[in-house]
Write a protein that binds this ligand. Structure first.
Ligand SMILES: [Zn+2]
Length: 117
């Protein structure tokens, strides 16, 4: 049985499209590849909707890290493990962890603060 080896091509590859720097839409969560503009300012967004969404995003407030004691979700936990850490921005909040000790929650909150700001 002969082992065939891939032939080495010395010739430069032809018909390969030159890699061009294609930008991706800057709209939040959008992954549209933007067509290259023949002239003028390069496009940043694929659509008016993405331009508006990006503008709203820039106007959001800062992320605030909060430590809370107790909640419905920690009802059956030991008292010393009833702390939670939340992130808040404007009217949105995200619970990062529940069931922590006070020290644990504080350490995490402090680390998140360092990381975010
Ligand atoms: Zn877009």
């Amino acid at each position: 049985m002969s082992v065939s080896r891939p032939e080495q091509t010395q010739e430069p590859l032809r018909n390969v499209t030159k890699p061009s720097l294609s930008k991706i839409c800057e709209g939040p969560g959008c992954d549209q590849i933007l067509d290259e503009q023949p002239r003028g300012r390069p496009a940043r967004y694929c659509s008016a909707a993405c331009r508006v969404a990006a503008h709203r995003r820039r106007k959001r407030g800062p992320v605030i890290v909060e430590v809370h004691f107790g909640s419905a979700s920690t009802r059956n936990r030991r008292e010393d493990r009833s702390w939670m850490v939340k992130l808040r921005r404007d009217n949105d909040e995200l619970i990062v962890v529940i069931g922590q000790t006070r020290d644990g929650a504080q350490r995490l909150a402090s680390r998140l603060n360092d990381f975010l700001n």
